[in-house]
Every structure is written in structure tokens, then in C-alpha cells.
Write a new protein. Structure first.
Ligand SMILES: Nc1ncnc2c1ncn2[C@@H]1O[C@H](COP(=O)(O)OP(=O)(O)OP(=O)(O)O)[C@@H](O)[C@H]1O
Ligand SMILES: [Mg+2]
Lengths: 263, 278
């Protein structure tokens, strides 16, 4: 069997298992949607741009959160769980390769991220009457989305190496998720309200660039003045996210273990 | 041809040695049982042979390769039933067997495997709803679905009901009949006696006895205990061979309606070995 075929087969059972676990489904999936509904309803400020409301900004930025929840958290917690319940050990006793296993996880994460993003955009469009962008913006969307999903899931995998017990995985993984959202312009917008050193810290991590990329897709061009640099900086978005993909891949290759280290 | 060859195997956990230099040889096609009390190091040894744990010293060859470095071709030739597993709880029995079968080039048909372990009627049940013994039978199914040349079974029949155990024994005999090499650990001595060509007793990290079930620990030459009652009073004699004594008793026209001849069971021998080791 080829690595790819087995990866698809893994992805299939990963999806079945994810959708049968109602709790995981509700919490990873519905949580960003619920936050968007709350934020979009509570904050009603409008900007000097005609036709843009805070709810549209939240819709765009919250896609970054959706990807963090489905890619980073699901991947990290899933790997910790697989290490604990013996899934990895079972697979390591068969001819399947680590690459197939990881491909399976990536398929799961990709499907979940697409679904999550569809939910968020649907809320933006149907609840907050956000208008959809034109074709050229969808191209930007595609690469920002893919780079974000890859970087976040690989980082989730790498971080899971330091998670000792699956039951603490969610708590550990959500620390960077929540912290980065506050300083990356997801919860607090425009990000220029923050002290500049905090913005500099946020600029090291992918979340700021993910959110900025998605805002460039869904908001009118004039909204770019609210960004830290007063620009969408798409070149830099691609560069930083691409770099994180490479860094995370290296971290994964170094830290991936089939079994627990105490064996 | 040897399937498993172990020389001077050592393993310590945080400085505490639990396997202290053991030697083992298992021939191709042999059923070999590893016995020993809780904590003796059976799982540790088995999992080193499976490539799941690292050894601290010694030489290990399993199907001609070092399990610590062997790759996916090697793993396609072995089957593993771990002491405990609770993975894939949300899949159904049928889905999981089919999924794992897909990892191998020439697997057994999933339906055939489910029939072999008696799980056909639970095919569509979620794995988390299986009883303890049924879950164990699923683990056995997953261990044999890839037609392994060498099968590791770590306490495979824990929680099996008597009928399932007998069916499992038939399955193991059938696999052995096809030439599968089997390394088995168990706490059920009648199981070891029923299945194993040879066995080894592990205690305190060392092999304290090794041999066929009939001859283990000098069992074959241990003699027999002959008991009978004369006017309600119990008479007992320990003899190397009961034949002359019984002939004598028959010729003397002794009432032999209460006669018993007992030879040490494997359990007696095992307990004596473990006791002597302590
Ligand atoms: N990962 C580990 N870390 C530390 N100690 C361990 C580890 N695994 C096993 N041990 C210790 O090593 C010893 C041997 O354990 P092992 O599981 O090999 O025994 P066993 O013969 O399989 O016992 P049982 O019959 O109960 O299954 C035990 O004292 C156990 O506590
Ligand atoms: Mg054990």
C-alpha cells in the first residue's frame, strides 16, 4: 500500500472518530462560531469606511481563531490522546509509516478547518450581512488559508511532544491560543491600541499574520490603515507563515516519537 | 531456523534493573510460552522483541533483524497483541479490522478474522461498547489479520470465558499448524501446557527454568504420589515409578477403590520454582 493511500485511509477513520465524539465536535467546532455571534452582537461600532461594521472585522479575524482551534488544538490534543490510548503504539506494530499517520491527521484538520471557516463566513454573511469579496481576493484567501492550516497543525504536533498527559493537553494548548489572540488583533481591534512592544511580540507568531491576511480578503481596501503598518503587507504574511511552516516541520521531525520517552 | 534469538538481554527503568541478562531461543514454527509472576518482566521482554521498547544491553534478533531498528517490511511479518489497548473506541469492530487489514499486502479477509475470534455478531458495535473479553478478542483479531509469520501474544486470554478460551486455543493450534511462530505470555498454566511446545519461567528478571511443559523443572522425573485407604485410614507413598507399588497392592488383594496416583501439575512445578527463587 502506498503512503498516500494509507494516509487517506487514516484520514477516513480520523474523521469517523472525530464526528462520533460529540463533545469534541461541539467544543472545537461550535466555540469559534459562538464567540463570533457574541462579539459581533455586542460590539456594534462602525468605522469611517461605509458599509463596514465591527462584526465584519470579527468575522474575518475569527477565521484565524477557527483555524487555531481546529488545526493547532485538534492536532496537538489528538496526538497526545493517540499516544496515551495506544493508537500510536498499535500503528507502530504494523507496517504503516509515520508519514501516513501524519497525512491522515492533516486530512482531518483540513476538512475540519474548511468546515469551520464555512460556518464562520456563513455567520458573517447571513447574520451580519457581510458581502463576499471578488475572485482575486479568493486567491489570497486560498494561500493564506493553506499556509495557516499547515503551520498551525505542524506546530500543534510539535507542541504535543511536551504534553505529558492527554487530559492536560487542552489546557496547555489553549494558553498560547488565547494569549496570541488578544495581542494579534483578533479580539482587540485595531491592534494599534496595544503598546508597540506587544505588537512586536505578536509579530513573531503566526496568528497576527493569519488574521491580517483574512482581513485583507474580507474587508474593503481602505481598512488597511487600521493595521499595525497601515498596510495589508501580504508579502510579509506569506513570508512569516511560510517560515513557520518550515520551522514547525523541523520541530515535528525532531520531536515525533511513536512511543513515550520513558519506554 | 530461529525466529527469536536473545543473548544477555538487559533492561532497567530509572536505574532499577527488571531484566538482568536473559537468553532465549525460539525456533520457527514453535509455540513458546513465557511464564512468571506479576512484574517479572514478561511484558518488558516481549515489547523489546516487538520493537516497542529500547533495551539497555544484549543482542536481539527477531526474524533476522534487530527490532530496535527494523523497518516497515519487518513489521509486516509480525503480529502483536499487547497486554492492554484501548484505542479506536469510537470505531466499530468491523471498521477497525478492515482498516488495519488495509496496512498489509496480503491480509486475511476481515469477515474471516471476525469469525475466527467469534465476533461476527458484534461487527457493527462500537469498540467502546465491547465487554472486556470481547475487546481482548478484537485485539487478537487485529494481531492476526496481517497473516504474521511471528505472533506475539501478551496475556491474550485475560477475561475470556471458558468457551472463548477453548476456541482461542483451537485458533492458536491452527495458526501453529500453518507454521506461525508464537510467543505467548500467560498466567494460566493449563493454557501454557495446552499450547506451548516449550516454555520459560521468568522471575526477578532472570530465567529460572526452561523446557517442555512435561519436563519443566524436573517434572518428568519427579515421580508420583500414590494414596489409598485401608479401613478408612489414608496411606500415602511417594515413588519414582508407581507401577511396582500398584502391582504389589493388586497382588496383595488390597481394596483399591480409593486409589489415586498424582503427578506434579505444571502449576505445582511452577510454584515450586517461583518459591525456590524467592
Ligand atoms: N515504563 C515503565 N517505567 C518504569 N517501570 C516499569 C515500566 N514498565 C514496567 N516497569 C516495571 O518493570 C517491572 C516488570 O514489568 P513488566 O510489565 O515487564 O512485568 P510483567 O511480567 O509483564 O507483569 P504482569 O504479569 O503483571 O503483566 C515491574 O516492576 C514494573 O513496575
Ligand atoms: Mg505483563
Amino acid at each position: 500500500m502506498s503512503t498516500l493511500t494509507l494516509g487517506v485511509s487514516r484520514g477516513h477513520v480520523e474523521l469517523i472518530q472525530f464526528f462520533r465524539d460529540r463533545t469534541a465536535l461541539v467544543f472545537t467546532f461550535a466555540f469559534p462560531g459562538m464567540l463570533l455571534l457574541l462579539f459581533g452582537t455586542i460590539f456594534q461600532d462602525s468605522y469611517d469606511q461605509p458599509g463596514v461594521s465591527a462584526s465584519h472585522v470579527f468575522t474575518a479575524s475569527m477565521i484565524a481563531y477557527g483555524i487555531l482551534a481546529t488545526a493547532f488544538v485538534t492536532m496537538g490534543a489528538g496526538l497526545a490522546m493517540d499516544r496515551e490510548d495506544g493508537t500510536l503504539k498499535r500503528l507502530h506494530g504494523t507496517p504503516i509509516s509515520a508519514t501516513s499517520y501524519i497525512l491522515g491527521k492533516l486530512f482531518l484538520v483540513l476538512v475540519l478547518s474548511v468546515a469551520e471557516t464555512v460556518v464562520l463566513i456563513a455567520i458573517g454573511v447571513f447574520v451580519f450581512s457581510m458581502s463576499l469579496p471578488d475572485a482575486s481576493h479568493w486567491l489570497t484567501f486560498a494561500w493564506v488559508f493553506l499556509l495557516s492550516v499547515i503551520a498551525c497543525s505542524l506546530l500543534g504536533m510539535a507542541v504535543s511532544a511536551i504534553v505529558k498527559h492527554a487530559r492536560t493537553a487542552g489546557a496547555i494548548l489553549n494558553v498560547p491560543v488565547v494569549a496570541l489572540q488578544f495581542i494579534s488583533g483578533v479580539f482587540i481591534y485595531p491592534v494599534t491600541q496595544l503598546p508597540s512592544w506587544l505588537i512586536s511580540v505578536a509579530s513573531i507568531f503566526p496568528v497576527k499574520w493569519m488574521a491580517q491576511g483574512f482581513r485583507s480578503v474580507f474587508l474593503p481596501d481602505g481598512m488597511r490603515v487600521n493595521e499595525a503598518a497601515g498596510q495589508w503587507e501580504l508579502g510579509r504574511v506569506a513570508l512569516v507563515l511560510g517560515a513557520w511552516c518550515v520551522i514547525a516541520l523541523v520541530l515535528c521531525l525532531v520531536t515525533f516519537r511513536w512511543t513515550r520517552p520513558d519506554r | 531456523m530461529t525466529a527469536i534469538e536473545v543473548r544477555g538481554l538487559r533492561k532497567a527503568y530509572r536505574g532499577r534493573e527488571v531484566v538482568s541478562g536473559i537468553d532465549l531461543d525460539v525456533a520457527r514454527g514453535e509455540v513458546f510460552a513465557l511464564l512468571g509472576p506479576n512484574g517479572a518482566g514478561k511484558t518488558t521482554t516481549t515489547e523489546i522483541l516487538e520493537g516497542h521498547r529500547r533495551r539497555d544491553g544484549g543482542e536481539v534478533r527477531v526474524l533476522g533483524a534487530d527490532p530496535g531498528t527494523a523497518g516497515s517490511d519487518w513489521r509486516a511479518r509480525i503480529g502483536i497483541v499487547l497486554q492492554d489497548a484501548d484505542d479506536a473506541a469510537d470505531l466499530t469492530v468491523g471498521e477497525m479490522v478492515k482498516h488495519v487489514a488495509g496496512f498489509y499486502a496480503g491480509p486475511r479477509a476481515p469477515a474471516e478474522v471476525l469469525a475466527l475470534v467469534g465476533l461476527t455478531d458484534r461487527k457493527d458495535s462500537r469498540i467502546r461498547t465491547l465487554s472486556g473479553g470481547q475487546r481482548r478478542r478484537l485485539d487478537v483479531a487485529l494481531g492476526i489479520v496481517g497473516r504474521p509469520e511471528l505472533l506475539f501474544l501478551d496475556e491474550p486470554t485475560t477475561g475470556f470465558d471458558p468457551e472463548a478460551r477453548r476456541n482461542f486455543w483451537d485458533l492458536i493450534r491452527a495458526l501453529a499448524g500453518e507454521g506461525t511462530t508464537i510467543l505467548l505470555t500467560t498466567h494460566y498454566l493449563e493454557e501454557a501446557e495446552a499450547l506451548a511446545d516449550r516454555l520459560a519461567v521468568l522471575a526477578g528478571g532472570e530465567i529460572v527454568a526452561q523446557g517442555t511443559p512435561a519436563a519443566l523443572g524436573g517434572r518428568a522425573s519427579a515421580g508420583a504420589k500414590v494414596s489409598w485407604r485401608v479401613d478408612g485410614v489414608l496411606r500415602t507413598e511417594q515413588v519414582p515409578d508407581p507401577t511396582p507399588l500398584i502391582r504389589e497392592l493388586v497382588e496383595a488383594k488390597t481394596d483399591l477403590s480409593t486409589l489415586t496416583v498424582t503427578r506434579p501439575t505444571l502449576e505445582d512445578t511452577y510454584l515450586a520454582l517461583i518459591g525456590a527463587h524467592r
